[in-house]
Design a protein around this ligand. Structure first.
Ligand code: ARG
Length: 569
């Protein structure tokens, strides 16, 4: 694609001693106000090496830039060198490129032949799917789509929390107070109720803990009854999770959860032993990380049972062997940061140089009314409830605005779910978020439905144009796209590939979410200021090209953050 920034840095290269074109490229900024130009070079950093004031540097550069086809005007202003692009060339090249690329605008083959493993969602069996899991799911799913769009081969893994002592508790509780019918009817809710009851009773009667431990031992040893119940709890949970994944439009390439690694840990423990990394500490086996300033990584408990870290280490080695990944990404809450730092270090100590390809992608905590979410105390907001309320509300809006819409239930689902995912991805992922019904059900302003609505608006213009026989064609006259609003929209469109790259480098979908809101705003400003289906055929065709390019970009962008892009709303 035509890259004006690159062209300008090439022009500047020979004029700025000591700086490479690449460095100049990175220094170029977009001025806050378009009256100050389209791109600017701040000259402050150059001052030291060139031994001149920034103002003087900017002035000298302004007069040294040769005549060229990329910029119309260069101005120096308070230490900045401001460039005004040749709009005609810029607009023509960008729009032609987007129209040609269409659904693959922004895509690349950067990752060709490279594998990326993304471990996300990964809920714990027999626990409800709440807003906390939504974050891992929506961030992971968006990263998956971004990497895929950039040509990587992605492997999405739902690393189910399907193993651990909690299953001993659950089985013990079921044997004591549960019955089959209640579980069949109540599903995860009933399992949670049993789990909660176990904890309440165990406080009064510590013998219960011993019973639970024994059930877990039986489960580990393959006792048929323990296995049957455990599998049943998994099946029930997965059935509920699948409903949610379907609504969210999320799928996985593997559901190999923690239990998948049960029979694979022994050789890894042996390897740790052989490499002299295992140490006994108060009866447990650990990898000492004191030199690294971290608490030890626990590998085996006193009773010989394995831990979360033991399974993660084993799983990483397995994944490296199976997928030979370029990167293996783990999306979880920030509260698990230490856990990942610790076992990443263990992998390094084992001598695996691919430890540097392991990435923890943390996100902030979700709270409700200032309190942390907790399954055990019932402090949760279930995702299913949020989604169904959002869908219901969207349907009401459609009923009042466009009651004759053909597939209104489908659209209500696409937009209701879109609102929830979008709001989840809007903030920088590391920021803590406080869940609020008002916020999540507010569809005005910077929201998913706003972007989806804008996309549908573009589609509607294109449909109307087609009905009267006009469409966006490649041979439009770009000099007709000259107003401030139109030009601003073209500039926004041109940023899309760069934003995708940034989101990929920072593992940060919110870069795209924000970008889409700005793009939609730019489109709507243009739409309100300038009639598109005018009587002037040349102008109409040029504006339709702009609408078509915006449609492609909004659609591709929505896809990358995991939203649908309905054509009629
Ligand atoms: N099941 C865990 C939880 O809900 C998340 C697992 C993340 N993935 C991993 N490989 N540890 O907290």
């Amino acid at each position: 694609m035509y890259n004006a920034k690159l062209e300008i840095s090439k022009l500047l290269g020979p004029l700025v001693p000591g700086l490479e074109t690449r460095q100049i490229y990175d220094m170029l900024e977009i001025p806050p106000n378009p009256d100050m130009g389209d791109l600017a070079l701040p000259c402050f950093k150059l001052s030291k090496t060139l031994r001149k004031s920034p103002v003087q540097i900017a002035q000298e550069l302004a007069s040294a830039i040769p005549q060229n086809e990329h910029v119309n005007k260069v101005e120096s202003l308070s230490g900045y060198l401001n460039f005004f692009l040749n709009r005609d060339k810029f607009t023509g090249s960008i729009l032609t490129y987007i129209l040609k690329a269409g659904a693959s605008f922004g895509a690349s083959d950067l990752g060709k032949g490279k594998n990326i493993v993304i471990d996300y969602s990964s809920p714990n069996i027999a626990k409800p799917f709440h807003v906390g899991h939504l974050r891992s799911t929506s961030i992971g799913n968006s990263l998956y789509r971004i990497f895929e769009f950039m040509g990587y081969n992605c492997i999405g893994i739902n690393y189910l929390g399907d193993w651990g002592t909690q299953f001993g508790k659950l089985i013990a509780a079921y044997k004591k107070w549960g019955n089959e019918q209640a579980v069949q009817e109540g599903l995860i809710n009933e399992l949670v109720a049993l789990y909660v009851k176990f904890h309440q009773e165990a406080e009064k009667d510590p013998a219960l803990d011993e019973e639970a431990r024994q059930w877990f031992v039986r489960l580990e040893q393959g006792d048929p009854e323990a296995r049957r119940l455990w599998q049943w709890f998994i099946d029930i949970s997965l059935k509920e999770y699948h409903k949610i994944y379907e609504l969210l439009g999320v799928s996985f390439d593997s559901y190999n959860g923690e239990s998948f690694f049960n029979d694979k840990m022994q050789p890894v423990i042996q390897e740790l032993q052989d490499k002299g990394l295992l140490k006994e500490s108060q009866g447990a086996m650990i990898v000492d990380l004191e030199e690294e300033g971290m608490p030890p990584c626990l590998i085996l408990k006193t009773d010989g049972s394995t831990l979360y870290a033991t399974r993660d280490i084993t799983a990483a080695i397995y994944r490296k062997k199976t997928y030979d990944f370029e990167k293996c990404i783990y999306v979880t809450g920030v509260s698990q940061s230490l856990h990942f730092k610790q076992w990443f270090k263990v992998i390094e100590k084992m001598g695996y140089d691919w430890h540097k390809d392991l990435h923890h992608v943390p996100f902030g905590t979700v709270s409700i009314g200032g309190e942390k979410l907790a399954t055990r105390t019932g402090k949760v907001v279930l995702l299913e409830e949020i989604l169904s309320k959002a869908i219901e509300k969207t349907l009401e809006t459609i009923e009042s605005k466009n009651p004759n819409l053909e597939n209104k239930h489908e659209v209500a689902q696409q937009m209701g779910v879109g609102a929830v995912i979008f709001s989840d991805l809007f903030s920088n992922r590391i920021k803590d978020v406080s869940f609020s019904w008002d916020e999540i059900l507010n569809f005005d302003g910077e929201t998913g439905p706003y972007v989806q609505y804008t996309h549908a608006r573009a589609c509607s213009v294109l449909r109307k144009a087609a009905e009267s026989g006009s469409k966006a064609a490649a041979d439009f006259d770009s000099s007709l796209i000259s107003s401030r609003e139109e030009y601003q929209l073209v500039k926004s469109l041109s940023l899309f590939p760069e934003k995708i790259k940034q989101a990929l480098d920072d593992l940060e979908p919110s870069i795209l979410t924000r970008y889409l809101v700005n793009l939609a705003q730019d489109f709507n400003r243009f739409y309100h200021e300038h009639p598109i289906l005018t009587d002037n055929p040349a102008l109409r065709s040029a504006r339709l090209a702009l609408v078509q390019a915006a449609k492609h970009t909004l659609c591709n962008g929505l896809h990358l953050i995991g939203l649908q892009a309905p054509e009629r709303v």
